[in-house]
Design a protein around this ligand. Structure first.
Ligand SMILES: [Mg+2]
Length: 434
């Protein structure tokens, strides 16, 4: 998708192009042009909007009077299930972001398209100002789609700002608080854990082996299978490494309490999403019933979403996803809120290398960082993939997000039709969470 400020196409032509773009999106990049007002009212409203924008820009300090404008936005669906964003500027600097909710790539690309007219022609360096305008002027705020679109845009604006100043984003957030960043591997099987240990990982996360969500109270065999599997992984990991377990919010509160009690002797590093995060009171009750740390956050949006979690002491490890929660600076604010409660952050990230790069910039600049999730170090996506040494990724040094897309390697990854899993209770066919 591309939106730019020099189009003279009519609205009808724009819409035709837009729908063509949606069709083309299955193959990867989608291209849009900007609409042109079609009525006198829209024309005068647009003229007034531009005049207001110019007045506000002229009132800023001199350094903002230099011409530095956003020229177009471009989105690409990239395998496995990613959506990449490029924000172009008249300085030749391109910012990168991942504006996506998993399974809703086209919906998020459309949300970016609708936000783009606000950004085109504006100075990309006013990151916080644009965040506020996009978030608050929407009137209907938050939610996974709009906040993910905003997150990817915010990431790209930070990338542009860092590149323009020639410094990593973490320099703009106060400078490094650490010299390397701990990251964990997914422990999908005993063999995967052994392999990841050989690669240098020292921290891991696994899931619940069997599905207890279909039962109000799980039977003994279900509980035993889940605990035995975790115990096996714990044995492989050893006492020098850490392993957390993610319930994925897929278990009833009653089962979560039973399972946590049975897992306590094996000291999981944390229990992630023991129940659905909307039940903050229920999660707080679970947190009070165990000595194990509770983690949550991948489905919580913005500082306002995390406020209740902290105030009710529902979790001590916050896991904002920087592609969903509002972006890098929103993550910084959430980290600050967690610090006030002596909590830590472990950014959630099942997405691509741009998302990982954002997490590293945040991790590099906060005092209360625990660990960074990742599913790819960027091989086949970026020119210099990240490396794990002794369980840590060295501090990035490049300007902005510190990465550059490998366009040649990406060529065969453009386009996907990734869908969310459909999961059902095997005994009666009813829907269960995955
Ligand atoms: Mg999770």
């Amino acid at each position: 998708m591309i939106l730019n400020d020099n189009s003279s196409r009519s609205r009808r032509a724009f819409l035709k192009k837009a729908f063509a773009g949606v069709a083309a999106s299955a193959a990867g990049a989608t291209v849009f042009g900007q609409s042109k007002p079609v009525s006198a009212y829209e024309d005068s409203a647009e003229t007034a909007r531009l005049a207001q924008s110019r007045r506000m820009q002229d009132a800023l300090p001199d350094r903002y009077k230099d011409k530095f404008r956003i020229t177009k936005l471009e989105t690409f669906k990239v395998k496995r299930c990613f959506l990449f964003l490029k924000i172009h500027t008249d300085h030749g600097i391109v910012g990168l972001g991942e504006p996506i909710t998993e399974g809703r790539a086209d919906t998020c690309a459309e949300a970016v398209r609708e936000i783009a007219p606000y950004l085109i022609g504006k100075d990309p360096r006013r990151v916080i100002h644009h965040w506020q305008a996009i978030y608050r002027h929407a009137f209907y705020r938050g939610g996974p789609i709009l906040t993910s679109a905003l997150s990817g845009i915010e990431q790209a604006l930070w990338d542009i700002k860092g590149k323009a100043l020639g410094v990593p984003v973490y320099e703009l957030l106060g400078g490094p608080t650490r010299h390397r960043i701990r990251t964990y591997a997914h422990a999908r099987s005993p063999e995967a854990v052994r392999e990841a240990k050989k690669e240098g990982f020292t921290t891991f996360k696994t899931g619940v082996r069997n599905k207890l969500g279909g039962s109000i109270i799980a039977n003994n065999r279900q509980i035993a299978e889940a605990v035995d599997y975790f115990a096996e992984l714990r044995e492989i990991v050893g006492d020098d490494c850490d392993i957390g377990i993610d319930f994925h919010g897929a278990i009833t509160p009653a089962n979560a309490k039973i399972l946590i009690k049975e897992l306590e002797p094996f000291n999981p590093w944390f229990i992630e999403e023991p129940i659905q995060c909307q039940d903050v009171g229920g999660m707080a009750e679970i947190a009070r019933g165990t000595h194990l740390p509770i983690a949550t956050g991948e489905r919580i949006f913005t500082k306002w979403g995390f406020r209740d979690i902290l105030e009710q002491r529902a979790a001590t490890i916050l896991q904002p996803d920087l592609c969903h929660a509002g972006g890098i600076f929103e993550g910084r604010i959430i980290a600050g809120m967690a610090e006030a409660y002596y909590g830590s952050i472990a950014p959630h990230n099942p997405l691509g290398p741009i998302s990982l790069a954002c997490g590293l910039q945040l991790a590099a600049s906060v005092p209360n960082f625990l660990c960074q999730e990742q599913v790819t170090l960027g091989e086949g996506y970026i020119k210099e993939p990240f490396k794990v040494v002794e369980g840590h990724i060295p501090l990035p040094t490049g300007p902005g997000l510190g990465i550059e897309l490998d366009e040649d390697a990406l060529a065969d990854k453009l386009g996907h039709e990734w869908r969310n899993p459909e999961t059902y209770n095997e005994s009666d066919g009813s829907v269960v969470d995955w």
